[in-house]
Design a protein around this ligand. Structure first.
Ligand code: ZN
Length: 436
């Protein structure tokens, strides 16, 4: 049970090892690859695995037939496998129909996908909603194929079955929820999907072991159809989602990117920007646009949920994206770990962002007689902490949250929070309970 957990390893190493474990599996939007992935995650967190039957309606969509694949190859005249699914699952057009025939190179070419601009790499291609078959290979290999007859074989099935997804709910003090969603439908691709899956798993594990104000809902879903299915089956509870993040692309070496929610000024949008700005960490902030990952569904106008998308390189904007170069070398242990740290810091702000009421609002209270000077003096930060105390006292009229104050004062949230804790101790603040 605990073979995924090893206390002597850093969390970054554990995240990377989970990626290594999941890398060889041929995932798709349905099928046994998703189930196998979820069963590995289940060894770390008690994720619930849902199975939604083919044909189930989900708004304007329906759950497709289930796809499974066992073997696929192209053999040359001499009977040698020149392309082999067992070597790398990207070699097969994802959702390929079964095929078993001999054909000339000219005919075969119509079913081959390559990347002429990156002739060493193998592309990742899908054909979910159009019945087709195909192979992906490096452009160099493709150019070198001699004119002869080939045998193509894909042992796949596309039949009524299920769409599988994972859900893990952690009950907090409040029923209000923070949603963390990640896609699980890509085969051997590390940054695009495995980094998100692995970080979400360990983040869930960490959050489950401590008391939280919010409840947390983690979704491990196939892209697009998974979020549409989930939303269609959980419409009655989406009002509980107060903040959300779609996470993926978190293992490469680039700076962080944050795509805002459709609302543009949701608390999550402000928290992410404030955190990076006040800590002088570079952040590429992107306004919402209706392309990308599952934020497209969470932020569709009928839901308009406060869900942003947190990545390093943005969606589609790096050469390795959707190619065989998004492999185990492309993601780095320390980058994965740092991404998890950032997410925990963002969650800390969401958890602690409340409004207070100054209990002594007529002129400034005397801090000395309440022992507060001792509390806020002495540290290197004491001067800015004193300033934070004055800001919190002045702004705590029940209307301003600690984030409002931190933004206005241009002080780091943690400092403002520390000031609020000291003032709570001195009985100069009371928390304003949210009425939502
Ligand atoms: Zn992708």
């Amino acid at each position: 049970m605990d073979d995924q957990k090893n206390a002597s390893e850093t969390i970054g190493v554990q995240i990377y090892k989970l990626i290594e474990n999941l890398y060889p599996i041929c995932r798709s939007i349905t099928g046994d690859g998703v189930r196998k992935t979820l069963s590995i995650i289940e060894k770390i967190i008690p994720v619930t695995i849902h199975e939604v039957p083919t044909g189930t309606k989900a708004f304007d969509w329906e759950v497709p037939k289930e796809w499974n694949i066992r073997d696929a190859y192209i053999k040359n005249k001499a009977g040698k496998r020149v392309v082999d699914f067992n070597e790398l699952n990207l070699h097969v057009l994802n959702y390929s129909m079964p095929v078993n025939k001999r054909l000339k190179l000219n005919e075969l070419k119509k079913h081959i996908y390559t990347l002429p601009d990156r002739p060493e790499w193998i592309p990742y291609r899908t054909s979910y909603y159009q019945e087709n078959w195909g192979f992906c290979m490096s452009h160099n290999q493709f150019k070198a194929l001699p004119e002869e007859e080939y045998e193509v074989f894909i042992d796949s099935s596309l039949e009524p079955g299920h769409l599988s997804y994972g859900e893990y709910f952690i009950q907090g003090e409040s029923d209000e929820e923070i949603l963390i969603s990640t896609h699980i439908c890509h085969p051997s691709l590390c940054n695009d999907n495995l980094s998100g899956i692995s970080i979400a798993t360990y983040l869930a594990d960490i959050l489950s072991s401590k008391p939280n104000k919010y409840s947390y809902r983690f979704l491990f879903i196939p892209g697009t159809i998974g979020s549409i299915v989930w939303l269609s089956q959980n419409e009655q509870l989406v009002h509980r989602i107060k903040h959300g993040l779609v996470i993926t692309l978190l293992g490469d070496e680039s700076d962080f990117s944050y795509k805002k929610s459709r609302r543009g000024n949701a608390e999550i949008d402000r928290v992410v920007e404030h955190y990076f700005n006040s800590n002088n960490i570079p952040l590429n902030t992107i306004d919402f646009y209706p392309y990308g990952y599952d934020e497209r569904q969470f932020c569709s106008p009928g839901f308009n949920l406060p869900v942003g998308c947190f990545t390093r390189n943005p969606h589609g904007e790096f050469p390795e994206y959707h190619t065989s170069a998004d492999n185990l070398d492309f993601v780095k242990t320390e980058k994965l770990e740092k991404s998890l740290d950032r997410l925990q810091d963002i969650i800390f702000i969401l958890e602690k962002n409340v409004s207070y009421m100054n209990t002594n609002p007529k002129c400034e209270p005397q801090l000395g007689k309440r022992g507060l000077y001792d509390k806020i003096g002495g540290s290197n930060e004491s001067k800015s902490l004193q300033l934070a105390v004055l800001w919190v006292l002045n702004q705590s009229d029940g209307q301003n949250s600690l984030l409002d104050i931190a933004e206005k004062a241009q002080l780091d949230f943690r400092l403002v929070y520390q000031a609020a804790l000291a003032l709570m101790d001195g009985k100069l603040l009371t928390e304003v309970k949210s009425t939502t």
